[in-house]
Ligand binder design. Structure first.
Ligand SMILES: Nc1ncnc2c1ncn2[C@@H]1O[C@H](COP(=O)(O)OP(=O)(O)O)[C@@H](O)[C@H]1O
Ligand SMILES: [Mg+2]
Length: 358
């Protein structure tokens, strides 16, 4: 079979840039080379696009940016007749065709529909959810609203914009206390990796938390604090998605904040999640329901809180962490799909989806 060219996008103008470069190093090292050739295209923190031809190990911590001789300005263009990237070589535009694009980008400007919209204009097959679904899953207020409509159980919540809050903060603070009760989780509607998230125990910490959230987005989501294990599902597929045995993360801090995710490194990971067989089955069914309700395709990690009484949706990550120790690949490994095989399937799904929409 002829080899396919995969364009991998990494980095990005996002608070999760550094997570992306680690995910990308794993993804790129594990894509089976007998089937795919790889082009690496990095996006810097300030939004420049550069093709990179160096060592994969240098992606983390942005070491790939250190050797200028391995970098060339290169762009994905909306013009669908190009079918790939445009590079500037010796002052001239050179195009290179690609067969499929893998955006290994987390958070804003990559996981939120922006890059997906560009890829749809370019008419290229790409890994993961389309523009609308990516945007819906990125925005926690939209995710919550769509989940409500689909009858998927979740924490009580409310959302408002900075403009609405500034007009009458006291009214919204009172409403939150009454509707949700303390402690209250405060989140920017669009962020990721727990950036800007806090847990408020009274009106003062709520007001402070709202300011922190507004520093990250002009819309916030407030949620009642729910108790339960944090159970995560790896979902894979287009119209008929499958779900691996759910896993569980046990945060080392009070909640799964940025530190617990990436710095402290002592959060526990359990596969399968430590819940009953019936609960495992029920969570898997909810994961598929949420995946379909949000219009996901390719892959997503669907996260829940599970206690003795309820299974509550938390959020959907359309481009979940993808290092070799990340939950998504680990869950499929547990279900018998190796990391390289998983990447192969994800890439095939991207091509299949494009073909089925012609
Ligand atoms: N309503 C809630 N009740 C209890 N804990 C929560 C709630 N919402 C979030 N958390 C905690 O905060 C963490 C990060 O929140 P999450 O919504 O998943 O944001 P992110 O998109 O940044 O991962 C969760 O993993 C969980 O530990
Ligand atoms: Mg999360």
């Amino acid at each position: 079979m002829e080899k396919l060219t995969v364009l991998t996008l990494f980095g990005g103008n996002s608070s999760e840039h550094d997570v992306s470069t680690v995910s990308a190093a794993s993804v790129i090292s594990n894509i089976p080379r007998d089937k795919y050739d790889i082009i690496m295209l990095g996006i810097t923190k300030d939004g420049r696009w550069l093709r990179y031809d160096g060592d994969i190990d240098l992606l983390p911590e942005d070491k790939w940016l250190e050797d200028e001789s391995k970098l060339r300005p290169a762009y994905l263009v909306p013009d669908s007749s190009v079918g790939g990237i445009v590079e500037i070589v010796d002052g001239k535009a050179v195009t290179t065709k690609v067969d499929v694009v893998f955006p290994v980008l987390h958070g804003k400007n990559g996981e939120d529909g922006t890059v997906q919209g560009l890829l749809q204009l370019a008419d290229l097959p790409f890994v993961g959810c389309d523009m609308l679904s990516s945007a819906d899953c990125m925005d926690k207020a939209v995710t919550n609203a769509l989940a409500d409509r689909a009858g998927i159980d979740q924490a009580k919540w409310l959302s408002f914009t900075e403009h609405e809050y500034r007009n009458n903060p006291q009214k919204l603070l009172d409403e939150a206390a009454e509707k949700l009760g303390y402690p209250i989780f405060v989140k920017p509607a669009n962020a990721g990796s727990s950036v800007g998230i806090s847990k408020a125990t009274d009106i003062n910490s709520l007001a402070d938390g709202i300011e922190v959230a507004f520093a990250n987005d002009s819309k916030v989501v407030l949620e009642e604090t729910v108790t339960g294990r944090e159970v995560e599902c790896a979902v894979l597929g287009n119209d008929e998605p499958i779900v691996a045995t759910p896993g569980e993360i046990a945060p080392c801090n009070d909640f799964y904040d940025f530190d617990a995710k990436y710095v402290a490194g002592t959060s526990g990971l359990f596969i399968p999640a430590r819940i009953s067989d019936e609960q495992l089955k029920a969570v898997k069914a909810q994961a598929i329901k949420a995946y379909k309700a949000l219009g996901c395709a390719g892959l997503s990690r669907v996260d829940f809180f599970v206690n003795d009484e309820r299974i509550l949706l938390n959020e959907i990550n359309t481009i979940p962490g993808f290092t070799s120790i990340s939950m998504y690949p680990k869950l499929f490994e547990h279900s018998g799909v190796s990391y390289p095989e998983l990447l192969d399937r994800i890439l095939r799904l991207a091509i299949e989806r494009k073909e089925s929409r012609r």
